[in-house]
Write a protein that binds this ligand. Structure first.
Ligand code: ATP
Ligand code: MG
Length: 249
């Protein structure tokens, strides 16, 4: 299997604070990789380094066999990114934004764009982006990324704000694309989704990858019969005291 995403000794420091510590990852074609971790663990920082948005303090990133430090433009042309807090051009209308992306990436398949809009009920392309709700913007971004058919997809909390139908369609599409060889790297706090969708899971805690593997492999690390939620809370050491906290508040 082809390695599509490779991180070698990746570290990010903000001043004295180490947000990501010596991270090593290898993710293959056709794989859906779930990157989990508590708030502030370093997920978004990692996604930004893997997608060339943020320069690592030390370490290396290779995407599709290309070194990020040397081939940033080529890599960005071939990957799709759905950011946690996307910055969109607020003063464009929806269709102007999609036209802009089509031109930048030389996309001629209007039919695919139409189909994606229909699938996600994006029937508001004549509105200004500034006037769209959070979920409406999220769906517009998804269309703009999926219409390019990237070989590698990075999605930082992609399901937040999506309605039930759109969420199901997105999950189905990601599964289908992965079965066709696309690599999906996604962060999520929704452990049920990670459980159902991901071939492998990595758990980051305080900047360090503390566990990685298939669900079965991770389960072997903790008590039998655990849900991914139990497992997650145990591995991140956050299981203790939850009941007391609830009782006392
Ligand atoms: N530009 C920055 N300057 C300083 N500190 C930062 C910066 N960006 C992130 N951090 C810190 O790095 C740590 C990791 O942040 P990050 O956004 O990667 O977390 P996360 O795992 O994505 O969390 P969440 O689940 O809340 O999205 C946090 O402590 C955050 O405060
Ligand atoms: Mg984040």
């Amino acid at each position: 299997m082809e390695v599509r995403i490779k991180a070698e000794n990746l570290t990010k420091r903000f001043g004295d604070f180490e947000a990501v510590k010596n991270l090593n990852l290898r993710i293959f074609s056709g794989e859906i990789y779930g990157f989990l971790g508590p708030n502030g663990a370093g997920k978004t920082t990692t996604v930004k380094m893997l997608t060339g948005m943020l320069r690592p303090t030390t370490g290396r990133v290779e995407i599709l066999g290309l070194d990020m430090a040397k081939h940033e433009i080529e890599i960005k042309r071939r990957i799709g990114i759905v950011h946690e807090e996307p910055k969109l051009y607020a003063n464009l209308k929806g269709y102007e934004f999609l036209n802009f992306i089509s031109e930048v990436y030389n996309i001629e398949e209007d039919k695919r764009i139409e189909e994606l809009c229909e699938a996600f009920s994006v029937d508001y392309l004549d509105r200004y982006i500034s006037d769209m709700s959070h979920g409406m913007k999220q769906k517009l971004i998804l269309v703009s990324v999926l219409m390019r058919k990237p070989d590698v997809l990075f999605l930082d909390e992609p399901l937040i704000g999506l309605d039930a139908r759109s969420a199901r369609i997105l999950k189905g599409l990601l599964k289908k694309y992965a079965s066709e060889g696309v690599t999906v790297f996604m962060t999520t706090h929704i452990l049920e989704i990670a459980e159902k969708m991901c071939d492998r899971i990595g758990i980051i805690h305080k900047g360090q990858l503390i566990a990685e593997g298939t669900l079965e492999e991770l389960r072997m690390k903790v008590e039998s019969g655990s849900t991914l939620e139990d497992l997650f809370l145990q591995l991140t050491g956050e299981k203790e005291g939850i009941e007391e906290v609830i009782r006392e508040l």
